[in-house]
Design a protein around this ligand. Structure first.
Ligand SMILES: *Cc1c(COP(=O)(O)O)cnc(C)c1O
Length: 399
């Protein structure tokens, strides 16, 4: 081993030690059972409030069976990228199904399936970016949108959280020939909703695209689970909608739904679509069953159960010092503030068998470290009551 490489390692180790000292070091925990409220973690039984499996579909027997059936029908791997030979009948059927599902919200809807939401966001912003584009980005957007904005080569202008007035000013001042407004629908660390009606009205007035990342809304919001667009009754050719399929849909991947011409442009230009191997067709096959469930009576019952749990949380979770953020979604943060304190509280909960992640900077702004509680239709009311009791008790010790 050369002394050069050990110098490199020593430098990294020093940086990692620095993270440790600031309570910013992240650690992997090994989950040993299917995703569900009751899981085995590092050998211990835990009640989890961490996952984005909002409808409890990740281990649904019908979806597991569909995944097995998909493997039997299509094999394990796709073998190539979509534009070479990897675009299977399963992918095509899923895209047709997603386009039909989203058709009430998007004119001349077509859908494109991606391996992950992260890639879908890079793909949208890459395909619709360019040096002649002004990109208006909401300050609390997900990291994948921030990275996509960097890759887009557009002029990026950040507007404050929910500040429609500031966005209106920025749009009026813009001299760019093409404009793109980019926002999360449900903010992933806060759980609140973007003012999408107002944003869409502005975009229509300024001939701007509105990119909506509905990672936490698809499947959960709207009577049929079509997400935030159905929830707010929005429909427009200016919309570029991104929904993920690894959260409420319980499997993996994501899709973009937009006007057929916008999707055709992405097929031609979106690098994260073109230069990657298509995901296993069995996943696309399983997702069709997931959509059957989301759209049907079982999906409706699961959304109703989730709403019941959210209402229970909002009524009963009334801390004295710590803050809850007004959220009607499955994401229910408890803001503690200090990094070390948030870590201690999460560790104390973990000791009691309650698994809740502490979220620290840079994922959230400095001074707003928090517990990020996520509720799922698979939780029972008693599970939620137990967590509320434990957090309020710990507040008396740590606040
Ligand atoms: C999870 C998430 C993504 C990324 O989706 P993946 O399918 O997990 O890659 C994108 N945007 C938001 C807001 C998310 O929460």
């Amino acid at each position: 081993m050369s002394s050069n490489s050990s110098k490199l390692i020593a430098e990294l180790d020093a940086r990692i030690a620095e993270l440790d000292a600031q309570s910013l070091r992240r650690r992997l925990r090994v989950s040993e059972s299917p995703c569900a409220p009751h899981v085995q973690v590092d050998g211990r039984p835990m009640l989890a409030f961490c996952s984005n499996d909002y409808l409890g579909l990740a281990a649904h027997p019908r979806i597991i069976a569909a995944l097995q059936e998909g493997a039997a029908l299509y094999g394990a791997g796709s073998g190539a990228s979509h534009l070479i030979s990897g675009h299977s009948r399963a992918h095509a059927l899923l895209e047709e199904r997603l386009a039909a599902f989203m058709a009430p919200q998007i004119e001349q809807a077509r859908a494109l399936y991606f391996s992950t939401g992260y890639m879908a966001n890079l793909a949208i912003l890459g395909a619709f970016g360019g040096t002649d584009v002004d990109l208006f980005s909401e300050e609390l957007n997900h990291a994948s949108l921030i990275d996509g904005a960097r890759l887009s080569r557009a002029q990026v202008k950040v507007y404050a959280h929910g500040d429609v007035g500031q966005l209106a000013t920025l749009l009026s001042e813009s001299k760019a020939s093409k404009k793109l407004v980019v926002t999360d629908s449900v903010f992933s660390m806060d759980g609140d909703l973007a003012p999408l009606q107002a944003l869409l009205a502005l975009c229509e007035r300024h001939d701007a695209w509105l990119v909506v990342d509905d990672a936490h809304g698809f499947g959960v919001l709207g009577a049929h689970g079509r997400g935030v667009l159905e929830h707010l009754d929005l429909r427009s050719p200016n919309l570029i909608y991104m929904g993920t399929l690894g959260k409420a849909a319980g499997v993996s991947g994501a899709f973009v739904a937009a006007h057929a011409s916008a999707i055709e442009w992405m097929v031609q230009r979106a690098r994260p679509y073109i230069y990657t191997t298509a995901s296993p067709p069995a996943i696309a096959h399983a997702l069709q069953t997931s959509l059957d469930i989301i759209e049907g009576p079982e999906g409706m019952a699961r959304r109703a159960q989730l709403q019941t749990l959210i209402a229970h949380w909002r009524e009963s979770m009334r801390p004295q010092q710590w803050q809850v953020i007004a959220s009607d979604t499955a994401i229910q943060p408890v803001v503690i503030g200090d990094n070390a304190k948030a870590m201690k509280v999460a560790a104390a909960l973990y000791e009691q068998g309650l698994w809740v992640p502490a979220i620290r900077p840079p994922t959230v702004p400095a001074g707003t470290a928090r517990l990020r509680v996520t509720l799922s239709a698979a939780h029972e009311k008693a599970d939620v009551a137990k967590l509320i009791g434990a957090i309020l008790e710990l507040e008396r010790t740590y606040a």
